[in-house]
Design a protein around this ligand. Structure first.
Ligand code: AP5
Length: 213
C-alpha cells in the first residue's frame, strides 16, 4: 500500500509519517528529507536543489523523480511506503502513476491534513531539528530537555533555512497554487480522507489510525 500524506508546510506530515511508519512497519519516504540529505552531502543534484529550497520553490520534477525512483527501488519499499511531501503537483501525480504501473496503483490512499494558518506559523517558527540525527522538536510544543541539544544524541539543534518568515510565505503560496489542486484529483478517485490536524500530536495520530481502518 502507498499512503500519501499531503498538507501545507508545517502541518505535521513528517511527525505523523514517523509515528505511522513505526506502527505499521512501512518506511517513510520524505522527499524533503532526501533533498536535505543530498544538500548536506553536497552532491551536484543536492546543490542544484538547494537554490529552489532556499527560495521556497518546488525543486524541478526531473531531480525529484531521480531521487524518488532510486529510493522506491530499495527492498524496504517492496510492500509499499508512506510518501511524505510527494506528489506536490499534477505532473508528479502522473509521474508516480507511471512509476507504480499496476503494482500499487489500486492501493493508494491519501490523507490530507488541515490546520489553521495561525497554527501553521506557530508550528513552523518553533521547529528545531537535530544536526546529527535529524530528530525534530518544537520550542513550545515539544521542547528538548536541554536547551538547544537533542535528547537522543546530544547533537546541536538548528532552525531550517526555509523556516524563515519570507520563505514560509513563498512555500505557502506554492502549496496553494501547485499542491492543493491534487487533493481534488484524489478526492474524485475516492481514495482521499481529510484529517483535522489541530490538537496534540497523539490526538492527530488517533485520527490518522481511524482514517486508515
Ligand atoms: P518538505 O521538507 O517536504 O517541507 P514541507 O512540505 O513544507 O513540510 P514541512 O517539513 O515543513 O512540515 P511537516 O508538515 O512535515 O511538519 P512537521 O511534522 O515537521 O520540503 C521542503 C522543500 O523541499 C520544499 O519547499 C521544496 O523546495 C522541496 N521539495 C520537497 N519535496 C518536493 C517535491 N515533491 N517536489 C518539489 N520540491 C520538493 O511539524 C512541524 C513542527 O510542528 C515541528 O516542530 C513539530 O514538532 C510540530 N508539530 C507537529 N505536529 C504538531 C501538533 N499536532 N501540535 C503541535 N506541534 C506539532
Amino acid at each position: 500500500m502507498i499512503i500519501i500524506l499531503i498538507g501545507p508546510p508545517g502541518v505535521g506530515k513528517g511527525t505523523q509519517a514517523k509515528m505511522l511508519s513505526g506502527r505499521i512497519q512501512v518506511p517513510q519516504v520524505s522527499t524533503g528529507d532526501i533533498l536535505r540529505e543530498a544538500v548536506k552531502e553536497k552532491s551536484p543534484l543536492g546543490l542544484e536543489a538547494k537554490d529552489y529550497m532556499d527560495r521556497g520553490k518546488l525543486v524541478p520534477d526531473e531531480i525529484i523523480m531521480k531521487f524518488l525512483e532510486e529510493r522506491l527501488k530499495k527492498p524496504d519499499c517492496a510492500k509499499g511506503c508512506i510518501l511524505d511531501g510527494f506528489p506536490r503537483n499534477i505532473s508528479q501525480v502522473h509521474a508516480l502513476e507511471k512509476l507504480l504501473g499496476r503494482r500499487h496503483k489500486d492501493t493508494i490512499r491519501m490523507l490530507a491534513f488541515e490546520v489553521s494558518e495561525v497554527e501553521l506559523l506557530k508550528r513552523l517558527s518553533g521547529r528545531r531539528v537535530c544536526k546529527k540525527c535529524g530528530s525534530m522538536y518544537h520550542i513550545i510544543f515539544d521542547p528538548p530537555v536541554n536547551d538547544g541539544l537533542c535528547n537522543k544524541c546530544g547533537g546541536e539543534l538548528y532552525q531550517r533555512d526555509d523556516d524563515k518568515e519570507d520563505v514560509i510565505r513563498a512555500r505557502m503560496e506554492v502549496y496553494r497554487k501547485d499542491t492543493e489542486p491534487i487533493i481534488d484529483y484524489y478526492e474524485k478517485s475516492g481514495v482521499l480522507r481529510r484529517i483535522n490536524a489541530e490538537g496534540t500530536v497523539d490526538q492527530v495520530f488517533g485520527r490518522v489510525e481511524e482514517a486508515l481502518r
